[in-house]
Design a protein around this ligand. Structure first.
Ligand SMILES: Cc1cc2nc3c(=O)[nH]c(=O)nc-3n(C[C@H](O)[C@H](O)[C@H](O)COP(=O)(O)O)c2cc1C
Length: 187
């Protein structure tokens, strides 16, 4: 891959869990550590600060709320997005779905490559639901960047980075996401 083009690749990573010791947050932190120098992975930490989505506060004539504006700006300035989410009651955690609802109308995810990882191979219903929501929002879910990483709950960031097989899988997923970001679809 062309390093010059990769150098500017920015990935916004979002964990769908607010839990202090979240395995999904640990996973995105590990991806940030594993990223090559040519890829900047920043972690979005504002999920808990987003207000509940209300269409009355969205769109023309309404003042953009600061937390929403910041989230949209973070998405806009990213070339790709990496989501790592737990499953709650067979669905997507409300805080993550709420965040996505804020950008349905504004369109920051349209055409954006998205990788869908998670810290549990059991979270398949939430994964499928997230993939469906992102697809209907016209995001590009990248299959090779979408992997479950089992048994990660017992590991901290250092442990994940040191685990050759998990680190290799995460590097490969990130590489697929970056490739999707620099390739123009349809060419
Ligand atoms: C309220 C609640 C509901 C859950 N529902 C499910 C579920 O339906 N399916 C599942 O696989 N795990 C479920 N879990 C387990 C979490 O998805 C799992 O513990 C996950 O690893 C938590 O992610 P975190 O460590 O990033 O917070 C649930 C956990 C909680 C707290």
């Amino acid at each position: 891959m062309d390093d010059q083009r990769q150098a500017s690749t920015r990935v916004l990573a979002i964990s769908g869990s607010l839990r202090r010791a979240s395995s999904n947050t640990t996973l995105v932190e590990a991806v940030a550590r594993l990223a090559p120098a040519t890829v900047e992975v920043s972690i979005y930490r504002g999920l808990a600060g987003l207000p509940p989505f209300n269409p009355d506060l969205d769109g023309e004539g309404s003042l953009e709320l600061p937390a929403v504006a910041a989230f949209r700006a973070d998405l806009s300035t990213s070339d790709a997005v990496l989501l790592s989410s737990p499953e709650y009651a067979h669905g997507v955690p409300g805080v993550l779905k709420n965040a996505l609802d804020w950008v349905v109308g504004s369109g920051e995810l349209v055409g954006k490559p998205v990788g869908l990882i998670n810290a549990s191979a059991r979270a398949q219903l939430a994964w499928a639901s997230l993939a469906e929501t992102l697809t209907v929002m016209s995001a590009r879910v990248v299959p090779d960047a979408s992997i479950p990483v089992s048994l990660v709950r017992t590991l901290d960031v250092d442990g994940i980075v040191a685990d050759e097989s998990i680190a290799a899988a995460l590097r490969a997923a990130l590489d697929a996401l970056v490739r999707a970001a620099i390739e123009v679809p349809g060419r």
